[in-house]
Ligand binder design. Structure first.
Ligand code: PMP
Length: 367
């Protein structure tokens, strides 16, 4: 057997591990922030219909610019984000991970750097590495909020080419106030100017509004979104961004031709036809998220304020041990490597009950 390190891989990949949330076959899986509700049957039927039509043309390449899909996504953003956008402002790719990769290929790359405030979504750093972009770990306070003074100092010192702001943040769950995002944008412009990418993967679950209105007059701001969470379509792989049309033109310099298959485009269009039903599930999940926060606190855990479809709770002396004990009770949660803290995704009421039983037992053992 040949090991990776015996291959002539790039130096920065040596000794590194791939993204690896465990995909274990356990009764209750609350570890990857998926939506627990399967797509409703009428939508499944509509997807089948649209995919059947697309299949008749699979001898041809798909619409390379996914114009119809981008236009429908723009309508969704305009209605829900209180800011008018059209297809020229929107770009779509296979998951927001690919959107982020295309942004880093365009605005990062060898000799350039990206900065994120950690702990945050680990793929920002991993995609930076994969695109040859240097990674700078920016600071977060002990309560996981962004300390503006420390953050502005980090931007001024490192002058990164790309700044990531994840709001609501993963894995901590808290949202970043719009005034902080604005101040960081200003700091990034003064330092370089750099691109500021606001990762709003979980925004539909937030108590607050999207930052889309901030795009007005800010050509270096990008908002990235996904259909993996609120739309309950993680298996679809559809992410998108909203920005100045110049940004959309720029990412087209690096995207692979025909990157978004006709099947993906057809499926996403079908899902967008059912936006209202899907957003109904979001309301249920927000209520379950709030219940998890309240019950975890009642049991005696510390909980970080959550605007997402997951909750960070702790604190544990032996985080790995706690993760394992919860798993032994048939519930898979996530250890994101934040010392003392675990993360649980809001599931169905029954799944959440199973989780709460498990952590109640665990608390008794620990006390
Ligand atoms: N951004 C954040 C903050 C995330 O947590 C995730 C998924 N866990 C993504 C982006 C990527 O999502 P996807 O590629 O499924 O759109």
């Amino acid at each position: 057997m040949t090991g990776i390190d015996e291959l002539p891989v790039r130096d920065e990949l040596r000794g590194k591990s791939p993204y690896g949330a465990p995909q274990l076959d356990v009764p209750v899986r609350l570890n990857t922030n998926e939506n627990p509700y399967p797509l409703p049957e009428p939508l499944v039927e509509r997807i089948a219909e649209r995919v059947r039509d697309a299949a008749r043309n699979l001898n041809r390449y798909p619409d390379r610019d996914a114009v119809q899909l981008r236009s429908e996504l723009a309508k969704y953003l305009t209605t829900t984000g209180h800011h008018p956008l059209d297809a020229r402002n929107v770009w779509a790719a296979n998951g927001s991970n690919e959107v982020i990769q295309q942004l880093l290929q365009t605005f990062g790359g060898p000799g350039r750097t990206a900065l994120g405030f950690e702990p945050s979504y680990s793929m920002h750093a991993l995609i930076a590495r994969g695109t040859g972009t240097g990674w700078i770990s920016g600071p977060r306070g002990a309560d996981f909020t962004i300390d503006l003074v420390a953050a502005e100092r980090a931007i001024a010192e490192h002058r990164p080419d790309v700044v990531f702001i994840t709001t609501p943040n993963n894995p901590t769950g808290n949202a970043v106030p719009p005034e902080t995002v604005l101040a960081l944008y200003e700091a990034a412009q003064a330092a370089k100017p750099s691109m500021v990418v606001v990762d709003e993967a979980y925004i539909e679950f937030s108590h607050g509004d999207s930052l889309l209105p901030l795009l007005e007059g800010r050509p270096h701001l990008v908002v990235s979104r996904t259909m993996s969470k609120a739309f309950g379509a993680a298996g679809l792989r559809l992410g998108y961004l909203a920005a100045d049309p110049a940004v959309v033109d720029a990412v087209q310099l690096v995207r692979l031709p025909y990157h978004l298959s006709a099947v993906t485009q057809a499926t996403a269009l079908a899902a967008l036809e059912h936006t209202d039903t899907l957003l109904g599930y979001v309301e249920q999940l927000k209520a379950e998220r709030d219940r998890l926060v309240a019950e975890l606190r009642a049991i005696g855990y510390e909980v970080t304020e959550s605007d997402a479809n997951f909750v960070q709770f702790g604190r544990f002396e032996d985080t790995q041990g706690a993760w394992r004990r919860i798993l032994d009770n048939g519930v898979l949660v996530r250890d994101n490597g934040v010392p003392g803290w675990l993360r649980v995704t809001a599931g169905t009421p029954e799944e959440n009950d199973a989780f709460l039983d498990a952590v109640r037992d665990l608390k008794k053992e620990l006390d």
